[in-house]
Design a protein around this ligand. Structure first.
Ligand code: ARG
Ligand code: ZN
Length: 876
């Protein structure tokens, strides 16, 4: 165990900044190896008499400081590891600081760095301090003016936040451009881009009639892959006006795509910077999942303009204030653009895969934690995805009218400010008669509540007494849990599958909102005409784990009868989960009856859903291994994998003809990215996957499909399937042939080649280890490119549980080797990869020994603070 772990940052230690900035003027003299930054801040002391002015700074070469026009003598400031402390006089000041930085040596991709020969920035959360000395905290807001100067030929486009100002030539080979952002903003929203690009332009007329030019800047040659991102942007702008009444507020809106980026994208004011993977798409190179991700991330970053930028966070503990709310908004957008039910199902799959596993392990933390060691490690599924679920629950609890009234009050009250969760919740409290005081505990309590339910029918009184309880397991630092208000949308069905109209709290309805507030509570439904089956947490109204007390027969009845597609899907998932867990521990064939019953239920639901292929493909989906191990101890992922394979085979055999017919359905006409066309391809991909469970029986057909397919979704589905047919015979050659053909075709397209890497990293074939070694030895396996590293390491560790958790520990060792190599270059990336170990204590003891060995290896390696934070918590 290392001892030099820095003390955590704590919410209770928050203190307002004693100085206010009225204006910031930045000048950049851009050179890859030596960029000069002149930073002129004017402002004043707002309180305190002797307070030092703390400016953050990291990796900066200080050239000069001047205060109120005079060079500052060295005894008036001190330089520390964290930055500068300056003795300031009372009243107003003008502070001018010049620094030098080296963008080309910046491999962390935080601050100002080079990507593909272009300058770009990433400042959230604490990257601005790597550009200049500054109060790099979200509660210090200022209007920014920016001037950039650079070589004209290499960097013809010079972009920053806000509105464009003057530009022109300097001498023969240099030029400059000025930008001005009138909206006061914190430093994390600053951005700068310089380089040569293809520029895809369009415009949007806002609700008040203002025509706003839009542009997407991409690598030369990528012009033809911008249309979908632009279309998504325009739809986002219009949707935010229609649904939330929010209008865009600058003269221009720009998006830049960069190849080297640590996450999805960044909402810098007026200049969103994106990982190119979430901008570029066309019918040949992108899967439907890519199109869907582009649509939602473009929307997400755009929506931040109001939820994040106009109203920002007082401190980083409030991160969910902007992220949870913005994820909620982008999920609603996707639901409106596509199928609401299918979107909801996918959101829940993602929540379960990423957030529930985080919440159930050593990295569990609340949506608004009260301390953190490293801010970069707080960009988690809990803050984002669970944060969004809290907003959704709040809306369910207080109703649409109060929800929108509260949100408008929030926008009106805090526009231009840095706010807190308390400010946010208070805006709703003032708009509803519902008491939401207890609801705030959802923000401070970590862990996923387990809700249990059981019911008793009284045929004489015609009542149904439903007893509901909640319990949350202890999580790190939180041994005792409170009861939370849990809104459960609830319906009762007859045992013939008819939805019953019943009375609860004086209201007659065929669906009720049951709000569980205590650890245990009893709800009495009256006017219940026959013995009912209860259907709880419909639409996933609360992010909980439900033990509904029903038997398989009841669930099958509900799955067949329910008119709510989410509830129907969830019923089948619950059936599948129970079956798979039992199958994993019973290999003696004694479960054939249950398997048959399940397959019949799936077949019935599948047949009924056939007109909605996107939904039908989700009906055929089985819970992932990652999901299945969540509530298990000493688990062996290969047993869950085998159980899934058994069940997939049973399904595939049962509907084999229909699956084959689905595959043979050829797409005609030009590529259509719409949700309905994507749904047809999703079903095809699922059919391919199911047929591949029958091993070589359909291998040739799948290979043929690979060669004839015209869309990336199908091509990739076929390759994935071939990679999951075990054995080294003819099938192995089919996989390798496909890889060769694919590589030949796409070797010059990095984003497409990322898929080629991932398909291999996710394959379950016995030659995987050697294959991964070969992949990592290739010259295009670039450790400095996060997309490429993730294509191998994250695909392997997060999506190939059987190999990652190989009983002899090679999977853990492989990931550890990569983490060790990446950490010196990019700590944000290595820390993220290390989270793959988060559930190591859930596995069988032999695996735990191997995982712990690798974690100790990392712990001893003197890693970056970011990675060390994850390792320390994982080992605690
Ligand atoms: N605010 C960005 C977004 O969600 C993500 C920034 C991530 N920053 C980080 N340090 N992990 O839209
Ligand atoms: Zn965000």
């Amino acid at each position: 165990m290392r001892t030099d772990t820095p003390p955590p940052v704590r919410l209770v230690d928050y203190r307002p900044y004693p100085f206010a900035l009225d204006h910031v003027n930045l000048e950049f003299f851009l050179e890859p190896s030596k960029t000069r930054v002149r930073n002129k801040m004017t402002g004043r002391r707002v309180f305190g008499e002797h307070a030092l002015m703390n400016l953050h700074g990291e990796n900066l070469k200080l050239i000069s400081i001047a205060l109120n026009g005079h060079i500052l003598p060295e005894n008036q400031y001190e330089q520390t590891d964290e930055g500068l402390n300056i003795h300031m006089p009372a009243g107003e000041f003008c502070l001018e600081i010049e620094t030098e930085i080296s963008p080309e040596e910046n491999t962390q991709l935080s601050g100002l760095y080079m990507s593909g020969g272009r300058f770009c920035t990433q400042c959230e959360a604490e990257g601005f301090r790597r550009i200049t000395f500054y109060p790099d905290r979200p509660d210090v807001l200022a209007p920014f003016d920016v001037r950039m100067e650079a070589n004209k030929e290499k960097y013809p486009y010079l972009l920053s936040n806000g509105n464009p100002g003057k530009s022109g030539d300097i001498g023969t080979d240099r030029h400059y451009a000025e930008w001005s952002d009138p909206h006061p903003k914190p430093s994390y929203l600053f951005a700068l881009v310089a380089g040569d690009f293809d520029v895809y332009t369009d415009s949007f007329t806002t609700m008040s009639g203002k025509e706003t030019p839009l542009a997407i800047y991409v690598d030369k040659g990528d012009y033809d892959r911008c249309a979908y991102a632009m279309d998504s942007l325009k739809r986002s702008m219009s949707w935010d006006e229609d649904v939330f009444g929010r209008e865009y507020d600058l003269d221009v809106f720009n998006i830049v795509a960069v190849r080297d980026f640590n996450f999805g994208a960044m909402e810098n004011k007026g200049l969103n910077i994106f990982n190119a993977a979430y901008v570029l798409a066309d019918g040949k190179t992108a899967t439907d999942a890519d199109f869907e991700a582009i649509e939602s991330i473009v929307a997400h970053e755009y929506f931040h303009n109001w939820t994040g930028n106009r109203i920002t966070c007082r401190d980083w503990f409030q991160l969910c204030l902007k992220e949870g709310l913005t994820v909620y908004r982008d999920q609603e957008f996707s639901a409106d653009m596509r199928s609401r039910a299918v979107t909801r199902i996918k959101d829940v799959i993602r929540l379960r895969a990423r957030q529930f596993s985080e919440d159930g392990g050593p990295l569990a933390h609340s949506v608004r934690p009260d301390e953190y060691a490293r801010i970069d490690n707080l960009y988690t599924a809990t803050v984002y995805e669970k944060g969004a679920e809290l907003i959704r629950m709040l809306r369910t609890l207080i109703g649409d009218t109060a929800f929108f009234a509260g949100l408008n009050r929030y926008f009106d009250t805090y526009d231009g400010q840095a706010a807190t969760i308390e400010d946010f919740l208070n805006s709703f409290q003032l708009s509803t008669s519902e008491n939401i005081k207890e609801f705030a505990n959802w923000y401070s309590q970590s862990g996923t509540p387990v809700v249990t339910a059981s019911g008793v029918y009284d045929s004489i009184a015609r009542t149904y007494t439903l007893t509901v309880g909640q319990r949350t397991e202890p999580t790190p630092g939180q041994p005792d849990k409170l009861a939370l208000p849990i809104p459960l949308r609830t319906a009762l069905f007859s045992n013939k599958g008819r939805r019953l109209s019943t009375k609860l709290n004086g209201e007659i309805n065929d669906e009720h909102l049951v709000v569980l507030r205590d650890f245990e509570q009893v709800f009495v439904f009256t006017d219940v005409s026959s013995a009912p089956i209860h259907s709880l947490n419909r639409g996933f109204s609360a992010p909980i784990k439900l033990k509904d007390g029903l038997n398989d027969a009841n669930r099958s009845t509900l799955a067949a009868a329910d008119n709510d597609p989410f509830a129907q899907w969830e019923g089948l998932q619950t059936l599948a989960r129970g079956l798979l867990i039992d199958l994993a521990s019973n290999e003696d064939g004694s479960m054939n009856d249950r398997i048959h019953a399940f397959v019949d239920a799936i077949d019935e639901a599948f047949t009924a859903a056939i007109d909605d292929p996107a939904f039908a493909s989700l009906i055929l989906r089985l819970p992932s291994v990652g999901e299945l191990i969540q509530d298990q101890n000493a688990s062996d992922p290969s047993k869950f994998h085998a159980a899934r394979l058994t069940l997939k085979r049973a399904i595939a055999r049962h509907i084999e003809n229909s699956l084959v017919a689905t595959i043979q359905n050829q797409e005609t006409g030009p590529f259509d990215p719409s949700a309905s066309a994507a749904g047809r391809r999703a079903l095809k991909a699922t059919a391919i996957d199911l047929l591949s469970s029958l091993q070589n029986e359909h291998a040739q057909r799948i290979s043929d499909n690979f060669h004839s397919a015209t869309t990336m979704t199908e091509i990739l589905a076929s390759m994935n399937a071939l990679g999951n047919i075990e054995g080294g015979g003819a099938e192995g050659e089919l996989f390798d042939n496909a890889l060769t053909v694919f590589e030949e075709k796409w070797k010059d397209s990095a984003l497409v080649m990322d898929k080629w890497y991932s398909v291999q990293a996710m394959s379950v074939r016995s030659d995987l280890r050697a294959r991964l070694q070969r992949l990592c030895a290739r010259t295009d396996f670039d450790l400095k490119n996060p997309n490429r590293v993730r294509a191998v390491a994250a695909a392997f560790a997060m999506n190939n549980p059987v190999a990652f958790h190989a009983p002899d520990g090679w999977g853990y060792e492989f990931l550890t080797d990569i983490i060790l190599k990446v950490d010196g270059l990019n700590p944000a990336l290595s820390a993220r990869l290390a989270t793959a170990f988060e559930n190591w204590r859930r596995f069988s003891s032999d695996r735990q020994i191997h995982a712990e060995k690798q974690l100790r290896r990392l712990d001893d390696a003197n890693l970056s603070k970011n990675a060390q934070d994850i390792i320390t918590r994982a080992l605690a």
